[in-house]
Design a protein around this ligand. Structure first.
Ligand SMILES: C[S@@+](CC[C@H](N)C(=O)[O-])C[C@H]1O[C@@H](n2cnc3c(N)ncnc32)[C@H](O)[C@@H]1O
Length: 207
């Protein structure tokens, strides 16, 4: 991720660290946990919290299962669309580079479900690439991204692999559309604590 995603560490750090001083979540939902990069950072700061890690990949869930034996962690091998987002259940919902796998309709539906699943005062924190593929800036973004990846790997194989997946599976959306959808879901306080071009960390609070 560090070699393939510009600003990855800054985005992740912001996503799991930019909280109000008195924010101590007891229940955390990690959507698209992957190998657990976000939860690993969060769990050090909130060791008593109960974490729910959701991922469609059984392999990723198994990787996570080995890491957090001494903590309160639930593992759910599921697509987001099939996960039961129970009402008023979480203080914090995080999504690191996972929502670009969902199309615009699924993102909007997810934002509604996340809003309902958060407790009052709860925070939704998402970092991702946030530009639509038809945006006029998209070709320039891809050019800069290619330079970044090729500087980190000895040949173009990684970039070619990445683009194959990007073209086939990834559905990023503009950050301003996502802010609109978050507002439609009910969020009133929405900020972007980190933003470099279209690499963005969005945070929304349920007030
Ligand atoms: C690029 S990884 C990011 C992992 C980690 N959150 C991070 O920031 O490093 C995205 C993860 O989201 C999962 N994912 C993508 N779409 C999903 C969906 N619709 N439902 C559940 N998991 C999904 C993938 O299996 C993958 O493990």
């Amino acid at each position: 991720m560090i070699g393939c995603v510009p600003h990855y560490l800054d985005l992740v750090k912001s996503c799991v660290g930019h909280f109000p001083k008195n924010f101590h979540p007891k229940t955390v939902l990690d959507l698209g946990c992957g190998n657990g990069n976000l939860t690993t950072l969060l769990i050090k700061n909130f060791p008593k919290a109960t974490f729910t890690m959701v991922d469609a990949s059984a392999e990723m869930i198994e990787l996570c299962r080995k890491q957090y034996e001494n903590y309160h962690v639930k593992y759910v091998n599921s697509y987001f669309k099939d996960f039961p987002f129970e009402k008023d259940s979480y203080d914090l919902v995080v999504a690191g580079f996972s929502l670009h796998h969902c199309d615009a309709d699924e993102k909007q539906s997810l934002f509604n479900k996340i809003y309902n699943a958060l407790k009052i005062g709860g925070i939704f924190s998402s970092c991702d690439l946030m530009i639509n593929k038809s945006h006029p800036d998209h070709p320039a973004l891809v050019k800069q991204w290619k330079e970044f990846v090729n500087n980190n790997f000895s040949n173009e194989a990684k970039w070619n692999w990445l683009m194959e997946h990007y073209k086939a599976f990834d559905k990023p959306d503009n950050y301003f559309d996502q802010i609109k959808w978050l507002k439609n879901a009910g969020f009133t306080k929405i900020i972007h604590p980190f933003k470099k071009g279209y690499w963005v960390h969005l945070q929304a609070v349920k007030e």
